[in-house]
Design a protein around this ligand. Structure first.
Ligand code: FE
Ligand code: FE
Ligand code: MG
Length: 163
């Protein structure tokens, strides 16, 4: 834990660590939802959808790493067991029980919209008070916005390609 680095944080650190851990739970669930979705995807544009889902899975895993790095810097303990993901999540887990590509896209778009809200709230919480967490939240939110747009674009192509 960085002494000066923690001193300059102008919000309640315990509360902040709690928010970071909740976002960490979301990232792991998003990771698995994308990863398993890419393995089971069937139907229209399967190859394109599977590839995009796998790319997003890797980016969610990267977000989880960024959150853990910040939690560690703040002297917190990152969630240590998978059961905590379900207990702490903001966005939940949408089981891809229907492997149809259109359905998977819709589920993951919903997840991204929730993630965007989570990082918007986190960035608002630390704005002007913790520039390091703020920059991280903006960086992640920017990628979640790209994720939403990527999935919406594929869904749109899918709906116009075949009537
Ligand atoms: Fe993410
Ligand atoms: Fe995402
Ligand atoms: Mg993408």
């Amino acid at each position: 834990m960085g002494t000066k680095g923690t001193e300059i944080v102008g919000v309640d650190i315990k509360e902040l660590i709690g928010l970071l851990n909740k976002a960490l739970a979301d990232e792991w669930l998003a990771y698995y939802q994308y990863w398993i979705g890419s393995q089971v995807a069937k139907g229209r544009m399967r190859g394109i959808v599977a590839e995009e889902l796998m790319e997003h899975a890797n980016e969610e895993l990267k977000h989880a790493g960024m959150l853990v790095e910040r939690i560690n810097q703040l002297g917190g303990t990152p969630l240590l067991e998978p059961k905590a993901w379900y207990e702490q999540t903001n966005c939940g887990y949408d089981t891809p029980s229907d492997p149809n590509t259109k359905k998977l896209l819709q589920q993951n778009i919903k997840g991204e919209q929730c993630a965007i809200e989570v990082y918007k709230k986190l960035s608002d919480f630390v704005k002007g008070k913790d520039p390091v967490t703020y920059n991280m939240a903006i960086e992640i939110m920017t990628e979640e916005v790209e994720h939403e747009e990527d999935l919406e674009a594929i869904l749109e192509d899918m709906q116009t390609a075949v009537s």
